[in-house]
Design a protein around this ligand. Structure first.
Ligand SMILES: Cc1cc2nc3c(=O)[nH]c(=O)nc-3n(C[C@H](O)[C@H](O)[C@H](O)COP(=O)(O)OP(=O)(O)OC[C@H]3O[C@@H](n4cnc5c(N)ncnc54)[C@H](O)[C@@H]3O)c2cc1C
Length: 380
């Protein structure tokens, strides 16, 4: 076994950390407070090639691997959960399905601008009455001549207000068992009938755009169908397996930030004439956080490694997502505790880590759904 990062992976870590520290960090409090999507930061991330890390150069990407991409999400998440979530969603959900399942033409037309960072993509699966149970999708896409006519509603969709393309899931027919066939279709956001509104007032990841989408007789060419129409469901399960690695990496970044802040504060803060880091109660908290961060990192990197080596990774990406996101929440909570009353104040940032981390236990499959995925993989 080799736990060393390659030269490229180490270079990506350094490049993203420098960018995150210099460009994103000074803005994180404002991004959260004003709930403002940092479009200018995404433009710079695009110029650095971050939006295209896991895609081949042929499609405007940087030709990196999943592990490099996970490291990039971790580093961005370490300074800003909002930016990290929008970044992970743009790459894993907005662009990756086109890379995995798109035709050559679709890759050239839709993936290239996303990988180059010239446009943002979004993935609309969730509906008001179809969340964990994505099979309950009500949006329909009916064939009319050379087009699909799509009608339906999507909710909680990351980046949609700033996206040029949406990938939406819709019922396109019934199989021989009478069950709905759910397919994925690429919908440019400038097509008539697409209405995107972003009015959610969120607890955390406040600078990440989250939108509702109404599709009212939206007409797109049938050539915008993504992948095999009969395998739409298994295709988006594969997409989510990959996406979970990035949400896990984001959790890892928030957990790492919580550890760093808590450790620094514990060394500086004095009570009873001593720094609080000399109290065993505080040391044990720090030791537990550090151990869990290390475990989470091993899980996230292993899941990414499996994907990069074309091995099954469904179970491991669920392990990683479940453990790393719950670690982020626990670590942020203990970081607040170690900060005492100051931790409850916004300027110390650890309360933001907790609010941002909470979302990670919900999005891209709740913690309960991850446990279901793992149990299924165990043969239950
Ligand atoms: C900020 C944000 C960004 C998001 N971005 C996107 C996006 O870009 N694209 C997208 O498609 N979606 C997105 N989502 C939606 C997200 O994936 C869903 O919210 C999530 O999958 C849960 O669905 P739900 O909210 O309908 O909850 P529900 O499915 O109604 O779940 C409610 C509760 O019941 C539990 N539950 C449900 N079914 C079971 C079961 N079988 N066994 C045990 N427990 C169960 C859940 O775990 C949860 O605790 C986003 C959500 C948020 C909040």
């Amino acid at each position: 076994m080799d736990f060393n990062l390659t030269k490229e992976q180490s270079m990506i870590r350094k490049m993203v950390r420098d960018f995150a520290e210099e460009v994103i960090k000074p803005r994180t409090i404002e991004i959260d407070k004003e709930a403002k999507f940092p479009l200018d930061i995404f433009k710079q991330m695009g110029e650095l090639g971050l939006l295209g890390i896991p895609f081949p150069e042929k499609y405007g990407g940087s030709g990196g691997d999943t592990l490099s991409y996970a490291i990039a999400v971790e580093e961005i998440g370490r300074v800003c959960g909002s930016t990290g979530l929008s970044y992970a969603a743009a790459v894993s959900l907005g662009a990756s399905p086109i890379y995995y399942f798109g035709t050559e033409e679709q890759k050239e037309k839709f993936l290239t601008p996303l990988a180059e960072g010239k446009a943002l993509g979004s993935f609309g699966l969730t509906e008001p009455n179809a969340g964990s149970d994505a099979g309950g999708t009500k949006t329909t896409a009916i064939i009319d001549g050379d087009d699909f006519v799509i009608n339906g509603e999507k909710c909680f969709i990351t980046n949609a207000s700033y996206a040029e393309t949406l990938i939406v899931t819709a019922v396109t027919g019934k199989n021989e068992k009478g069950r709905n066939i759910i397919s994925a279709i690429i919908v440019p956001t400038n097509v008539e009938g697409v209405k995107i509104t972003s009015n959610y007032d969120k607890m955390g990841v406040r600078g990440s755009d989250t939108a509702e989408i109404v599709l009212d007789n939206v007409r797109v060419p049938r050539t915008n169908l993504l992948g095999d129409p009969d395998k739409g469901f298994s295709q988006f399960l594969y997409t989510l397996d990959g996406g979970r690695i990035s949400i896990a990496a984001l959790g890892l970044g928030i957990a790492q930030a919580s550890l760093e802040k808590a450790l620094q504060y514990a060394k500086e803060r004095k009570q009873f004439g001593k720094s609080i880091s000399s109290f065993q109660a505080i040391q044990f908290k720090l030791a537990d956080i550090a151990m869990e961060v290390e475990l989470a990192r091993n899980m996230v990197y292993k899941a990414a490694w499996l994907k990069d080596n074309n091995q099954p990774f469904t179970k491991e990406s669920a392990y990683a997502k479940l453990f790393a996101t719950e670690t982020a929440f626990r670590a942020a909570n203990q970081a607040i505790q170690i900060h005492g009353g100051y931790g409850y104040m916004r300027e110390y940032e650890v309360e933001r880590y907790l609010r941002d981390a909470k979302l990670l236990e919900i999005g891209e499959g709740t913690s309960e759904v991850q446990r279901l995925v793992i149990a299924r993989q165990l043969g239950c």
